[in-house]
Design a protein around this ligand. Structure first.
Ligand code: CAA
Length: 694
């Protein structure tokens, strides 16, 4: 026994209670405790049945993810499950909370499964790049058939206890007092001398082999082009459940699991899992947030309306402010449309929509914002426009109200300085569409009070968003790296790489769109305005690519104007000879001879540009840790999750290799390709970015 598991006794029932906060993950101590407890229970002739249940918020939420990739400790979860299943006396698993992954597999190894109605069960391994590796792929289809089992494992989505009962995954669901109900069931089994009922011997889900094979074939076809191998391997394993004897099926599953868990994609997904949770651990998280019930949003454009809709959906009261009645009406109309869209997609009921609408008010006067606990300006990205709004808000907001700016590039300290309450000013950088994108950059100014930051974090949690703390710099974490990425992409184009080739290479890496496609989608105007703003202070020695300026001068502002880096056939980008001519002219004007770049070389340059800028952001203390940079890129910019983010990528690439690559690229743009100042020491000390996360 270990402290993580205790053995209790009630009459002729032995109860194994797992107690390993926070989520009772099946780490070595829990597995050892369960194995020892099982042995002791079975050694006792007075025990007629065994219950496995958990203390705290949940039945085990899975294997301990932090153990993956490390040397295994005995007993292995699959072996433990087999030992439970082989128990000569009936075993009952009592599920509450979220019985996920290895937790559900543990329950499937028991002979009876009883759950609280509020419990959710699932096999989410696919989201970690792996598959259920403790018998889940073999036992689940035996109970519920191939179609339902595949759906559970390939979607990774948990289902509620009642649905799981209907599927045949559970035997009983109770509304309250799960421990008592599980005990009663076990006592009944013990008293009646019921025989164990191992899932390995059951064929409930295999009565119709034709339907089983049809489900396999359909899933295999659907996953034929999937980017990651996990779903395909799940299909293979479920097929093996039908074709092979149980033990060989388990061995088949084990081999597939071992192959997947060691893959770089699975390592990237595990990194993303922990990085997301680590991001919330900012110093201000320990501080009590200010009251947050009523949010003011200034600006009813796409961004403002999206923020308002998200806040309303989270139960907050919202006041939307616009400069005149017409703009306000348009803003409110946008919110109404977003709400209706949510209803149409089944994300909101009509009753919820009506209640949300009732929490919304509008104003054209700053005075109408006086009651807000937090006001977010989401007006045009221009220093003068934003400072005017902030000044007006400062004049009316109650003391202690948080004043947030949604700027994407401007200096939050300079914005805060125009108010009389810089300690209350914080940057809350939402990503468009604000009600969809999960990222929120919380930009902390030199004078921002810790409880103003904590309030931003509380808002993020309320909205179900992932918050990342950033210091103040041009573009903060996300857009600053985006600028470096675009810069490197433009160098490539001017040096000879076709625009579509660069986009294709990055899509090949896993980005949903390439840099120029994104630029066309977002519009070229804001970056153009920013370049003009920074022109006076730009380092003249830095290589400057003027292609984007030429595009803007030609009225090519991206998709909204029907042309940008590409011409548009509807929404489909097509290469445009006019752009090719602009690029050729710029190249000729600078005396550049076009070179050929392979897709690999393109990817390396763009990823190195991102990682090097990320390293610089770390050196300057803008980001708290490398994994925060990864989270920004994963949740705000479409960086492929299985690659873990640019800093995780850099660890795989190698810190020395990163520095050497920057040096190799330096002749292309000497002022741009400069190794980040912290790389030397990292190389010398053998430090990886992952070492700086904790
Ligand atoms: N292993 C290790 N740590 C885990 C964990 C796991 N399986 N699940 C959660 N945790 C940790 C989190 O990292 C977090 O730690 P910190 O407090 O130190 O940040 C803590 O538990 C609480 O987690 P959340 O913040 O996510 O809490 P939540 O209440 O929002 O969500 C949850 C709870 C739904 C269980 C969620 O944590 C979750 O989805 N966990 C992962 C479930 C999963 O993928 N299980 C399958 C694992 S793989 C497997 O089991 C393979 C196999 O077949 C052998």
């Amino acid at each position: 026994m270990t402290e993580a598991v205790r053995l209790e006794r009630d009459g002729n029932v032995a109860i194994l209670v797992i107690d390993s906060p926070p989520v009772n993950a099946l780490g070595a101590a829990v597995r050892q405790g369960l194995a020892a407890g099982l042995d002791r229970a079975l050694a006792d002739p007075g025990v007629g049945a065994i219950v496995i249940r958990a203390e705290g918020r949940t039945f085990p939420a899975g294997a301990d993810i932090s153990e993956f990739g490390k040397p295994p400790a005995d007993p292995w979860l699959p072996d433990l499950c087999n030992r439970i299943e082989a128990s000569p006396r009936p075993v009952v698993a009592a599920l509450h909370g979220t019985a996920l992954g290895g937790g559900l597999e543990l329950a499937l190894a028991a002979h009876w499964r009883i759950a609280l109605a509020s419990a959710r069960v699932g096999l989410p391994e696919v989201s970690l790049g792996i598959l259920p590796g403790a018998g889940g792929t073999q036992r689940t289809p035996r109970l519920i058939g191939a179609a339902a089992a595949l759906d559970l494992m390939i979607s990774g989505q948990p289902v509620g206890a009642v649905q799981a009962l209907a599927m045949g995954l559970l035997d009983e669901v109770v509304e309250t007092d799960l421990p008592a109900a599980a005990l009663a069931l076990a006592q009944r089994l013990a008293d009646t001398g019921a025989a164990p009922r191992p899932v390995r011997d059951r064929r409930d889900g295999m009565r119709d082999p034709v339907a089983f094979e049809a489900a396999i074939a359909a899933a295999r076809a659907a996953q034929a082009n999937a980017r990651l191998p996990g779903p395909r391997r799940i299909v293979d394993c479920v097929e093996a459940a039908l074709l092979l004897p149980f033990d060989q099926g388990l061995a088949f599953e084990r081999a597939a699991f071992a192959e997947l868990v060691a893959s770089p994609e699975a390592a990237g997904l595990r990194h993303a899992f922990f990085a997301e949770r680590r991001a919330a651990k900012m110093p201000e998280a320990a501080v009590r947030p200010r009251a947050l019930d009523h949010v003011g949003v200034v600006g009813g454009g796409l961004m403002g309306a999206g923020i308002a809709h998200a806040c309303l959906g989270a139960g907050l009261r919202v006041t939307l402010m616009e400069r005149d009645r017409e703009s306000l009406a348009r803003g409110l109309e946008r919110v109404a449309k977003l709400q209706q869209g949510a209803v149409d997609k089944g994300r909101m009921t009509e009753t919820q929509r009506d209640a949300a609408w009732d929490r919304l008010s509008g104003t054209t006067e700053a005075a109408g914002m006086a009651a807000c606990d937090l006001a977010i300006e989401a007006v045009f990205e221009d220093f003068d426009v934003k400072t005017e709004v902030l000044r007006n808000l400062d004049a009316v907001l109650k003391p202690g109200a948080v004043l947030a700016t949604n700027t994407s590039y401007l200096d939050v300290n300079a914005l805060a300085a125009v108010t009389g309450r810089p300690a209350d000013v914080v940057g809350l950088h939402f990503f468009s569409p604000a009600h969809v994108m999960k990222l929120l950059e919380i930009v902390v100014g030199a004078q921002t009070a810790p409880d103003a930051v904590a309030t931003g974090l509380a808002l993020a949690k309320r909205l179900g968003k992932v918050a990342v703390r950033s210091g103040v710099c041009d573009g903060f974490i996300g857009n600053r790296i985006l600028s470096a990425y675009r810069q490197a992409a433009e160098y490539l184009v001017e040096d000879g790489a076709p625009i579509a080739r660069v986009d294709r290479a990055m899509r090949g890496f896993g980005m949903p769109l390439g840099p120029f496609e994104v630029s066309d989608m977002a519009g070229l105007q804001i970056a153009w305005a920013r370049r003009k703003r920074l022109a006076a202070t730009r380092d003249p020695a830095l290589r400057y690519v003027a292609i984007a300026d030429r595009l803007c001068e030609a009225g090519r502002f991206g998709q909204s104007t029907g042309k940008g880096w590409y011409a548009y056939d509807g929404r489909k980008p097509v290469e445009d000879p006019e752009v090719t001519a602009i690029v050729a002219a710029e190249r000729a004007a600078r005396g550049i001879v076009a070179q050929d770049f392979s897709d690999d070389e393109i990817r390396t340059r763009l990823l190195v540009a991102m990682a090097n800028e990320g390293a610089r952001i770390l050196a300057e203390g803008i980001a708290l840790r490398p994994s925060d940079i990864d989270v920004v890129k994963l949740f705000g910019y479409g960086f492929p999750r299985w690659e873990g983010g640019p800093m995780h990528w850099a660890d795989r690439f190698g810190v020395l290799q990163l520095k050497q690559a920057v040096e190799r690229f330096a002749p292309q743009a000497p002022g741009f390709w400069v190794p980040a100042p912290n790389l030397d020491a990292m190389v010398r000390n053998g430090t990886r970015f992952a070492d700086l996360n904790d």
